[in-house]
Design a protein around this ligand. Structure first.
Ligand SMILES: [Zn+2]
Ligand SMILES: [Zn+2]
Length: 328
């Protein structure tokens, strides 16, 4: 990268102060850090900013001239490590084992729970950060270098900014030891319990997304542990006698022609308890009776549709009717 280009990327002029360069770099790297900025090209921009900063610094320190391009090789993991150190958070590590496995849970609910809505406590297993190694999978060991106290990196103060640089004596070679408790996987399986609110009227086959209820995914630059989402598949107990339509419950009520003409009342076992369904005299086929606040979650209606069972042989009935008419 050319010097001019580097300053252009940083939005600075070549005669800016060291302090301006530092604060601009800090501002930009914070803004485009891929842990924070989820835009597609943030990662590329972030790498460019780091390269530009190195070139600009080298230019300021007289290591390279105006026309030279930087010969500094970039290792993206070094950049991330430095940034992590800079903000005081742990550095970015490769994704822990099992972090890509999706947890898919199933919950059965009764028809009543479906009508009223419910809360369910769900117990399941998921992968969480190992306590022993803090979700890192490994420990840094003393590399035997006295210069950097075995850390491989040295801390350099520049005004009020702190930079970490590779130790010149040991070349930054670090020793790591796998964590015994998680075999270096960074995660261990643990029993988890969550309480889920299942909305009234949910249908079988619907899937609820459970935010952050999945496996441990990563630790961000601020030390926050992030978890994947989990899926909850809902299965509702079938009730062949009741349909849910627009927040109402709908059922058929079968009756004889005689009952429909004379009127009658019957008991019905609803999820709200026993209710009296009163069919008035002279009711017609497909008449609808509505009971208020007996639909989904104590609102809406329970609608009863009257199904009159007409006799197969209506000849005697017609005879009787004709007789009564003749008498009039
Ligand atoms: Zn561990
Ligand atoms: Zn060293």
């Amino acid at each position: 990268m050319k010097v001019d280009e580097a300053f252009e990327i940083l939005g600075l002029s070549k005669d800016c102060s060291d302090q301006e360069l530092r604060s601009k770099y800090r501002e930009l790297s914070k803004k485009y850090h891929p842990d924070v900025n989820k835009e597609k090209d943030a990662h590329d921009v972030f790498v460019r900013i780091n390269e530009a900063n190195q070139v600009a610094k080298d230019f300021k320190e007289g290591k390279i001239s105006d026309i030279e391009s930087s010969g500094f090789g970039f290792n993206i993991s070094d950049i991330f490590n430095n940034i992590g150190d800079m903000f005081g958070g742990p550095s970015r590590k490769s994704a822990p084992k099992h972090s890509k496995e999706v947890i898919s849970l199933t919950q059965d609910i009764t028809f009543k729970e479906c009508v009223l809505g419910c809360r369910k406590v769900i117990k399941y297993k998921r992968y969480v950060p190992c306590n022993t190694c803090g979700g890192e999978g490994k420990f840094k060991e003393h590399n035997g270098c006295a210069d950097c106290n075995g850390q491989g990196m040295k801390t350099v103060n520049h005004g009020n900014a702190i930079f970490r640089s590779v130790c010149g004596k040991c070349g930054g070679k670090t020793k790591v030891k796998n964590c015994n408790d998680c075999n270096g996987d960074a995660t261990v399986q643990a029993e988890t319990e969550i309480t889920v609110t299942i909305p009234a009227g949910i249908e079988s086959g619907q899937v609820l997304g459970l935010r952050g209820a999945g496996n441990f995914h990563s630790t961000d630059m601020f030390g926050q542990k992030a978890y994947n989402d989990a899926h909850l598949n809902i299965k509702v107990e079938k009730n062949p006698n009741v349909k849910i339509v627009d927040g109402d419950l709908v059922s058929d009520i079968n009756t004889s022609l005689l009952n429909a003409l004379t009127g009658y009342s019957t008991k019905y076992d609803s999820v709200y308890g026993e209710i009296d369904v009163v069919i008035p005299p002279k009711s017609k086929n497909k008449d609808e009776l509505k009971i208020k606040n007996h639909g989904l979650s104590n609102s809406g209606y329970h609608r009863f549709i009257l199904n009159i069972d007409y006799p197969d042989d209506i000849a005697p009935l017609l005879e009787a009717l004709k007789e009564t008419q003749n008498k009039e």
